[in-house]
Design a protein around this ligand. Sequence first.
Ligand SMILES: Cc1cc2nc3c(=O)[nH]c(=O)nc-3n(C[C@H](O)[C@H](O)[C@H](O)COP(=O)(O)OP(=O)(O)OC[C@H]3O[C@@H](n4cnc5c(N)ncnc54)[C@H](O)[C@@H]3O)c2cc1C
Length: 432
Amino acid sequence: MLACLGRRKWRRLSTGTLKATWKSVNGEDASSSRGRIARGVSSGAETIAKERVDTVVIGAGVVGLAVARELSIRGREVLILDAASSFGTVTSSRNSEVVHAGIYYPPNSLKAKLCVRGRELLYRYCSEHEIPHRKIGKLIVATGSSEIPKLDLLMHLGTQNRVSGLRMMEGFEAMRMEPHLRCVKALLSPESGILDTHSFMLSLVGQAENSHATFSYNTVVLSGRVEEEKMRLFVAEIGSFVAQLELIPNLVVNSAGLAAQALAKSFHGLDRRFIPSSHYARGCYFTLSGIKSPPFNSLVYPIPEEGGLGVHVTVDLNGLVKFGPDVEWIECKDERSSFLNKFDYRVNPQRAEKFYPEIRKYYPDLKDGSLEPGYSGIRPKLSGPKQPPADFIIQGEETHGVPGLVNLFGIESPGLTSSLAIAEHIANKFLR
Ligand SMILES: Cc1cc2nc3c(=O)[nH]c(=O)nc-3n(C[C@H](O)[C@H](O)[C@H](O)COP(=O)(O)OP(=O)(O)OC[C@H]3O[C@@H](n4cnc5c(N)ncnc54)[C@H](O)[C@@H]3O)c2cc1C
């Protein structure tokens, strides 16, 4: 059975499971301990312990971490639960690590507003907390004249979204800047950059802990129930699908990424009309081998494709060059698979055959055999194939009518860039 909760005790060993933490800190059995938080009694097989907690954030990805940090800094007692054994093991560690400027999204959409605000907050945060990052800029390139109107549209969108420094360049100018590039026109975005996502997340964990947030890994939220106008969460240690603890929080933030909709569907009392359908789009990366130095100094992106931003070039802070991600629509077996991240992340080496011609449109020097399978990530999308892109959904009582429940759906790219702004938005809108 899960150990009962005591915030101070939990804090000290935040990387362990509930049980391990309690035992190793107290050196005694949980059932004899006195936690600060009110707790119920587990007296038999049919009864489980109950705990009242202030705020529960479900999911310790970059968004959940940013939310937990923000809420704890604002004085809330925050408990972060994650099914994995550490923070940021799912989509937050399987992305391009690009700080997006905010160009691609419809004006006034959440994606546009939160990306632009999030970028400002992120660069400031990285500077203040010495998180490795670099504003290396990005070129979005048209490789044929038929693509120029799409580039013009991106310039227009970016300008409407108040992205500063955007500049249209003639092909020769862009190719002088990046000698390995081939294009007929390019849109320069000097505000785009790269960061070390792991260091960023580690820093968020530290900040949240300094503000007394408590982490419990290996802890799955199995389901929930709305009772007496309050959410109740049923949780278990990893490996069990029988609820071992009932949490009664004042505020729940469902930041479960790929599993957010499956989790919301398990919340009895939440009207299913408010849960959008899930679509999953895997994106694979290939790395560039056999080079002495990266061929590009800036990020180079083609014109966006359906479901993604196109197979682009990213150089990480260690100089590793990667191409991707592509778009492959996949299915998820069932909700438990999504809670436990049982997705298929293998990169099929044969996908490289499609990468070569795509990349050679803007990087003709790419040598045969130089692409090696890298890693993949899965986009938690709200729109499927042939559907127009969807916005982020951040949904509270005003939408679904359940007090104290905030659902985050479809937090795909630019979720990393937007993370601090999503946290700020939630704190401003939902804290009472
Ligand atoms: C291929 C790809 C490239 C991308 N590139 C960029 C980029 O360059 N720039 C950018 O800004 N954004 C990018 N993104 C988007 C960005 O990575 C995501 O928006 C962001 O990581 C989402 O973070 P999250 O915290 O919402 O989700 P996640 O990181 O997936 O975290 C969700 C957490 O919830 C936990 N969880 C799930 N179910 C349960 C449960 N039932 N109980 C307990 N815990 C649970 C999981 O274990 C997980 O840790 C990219 C995404 C992809 C897929």
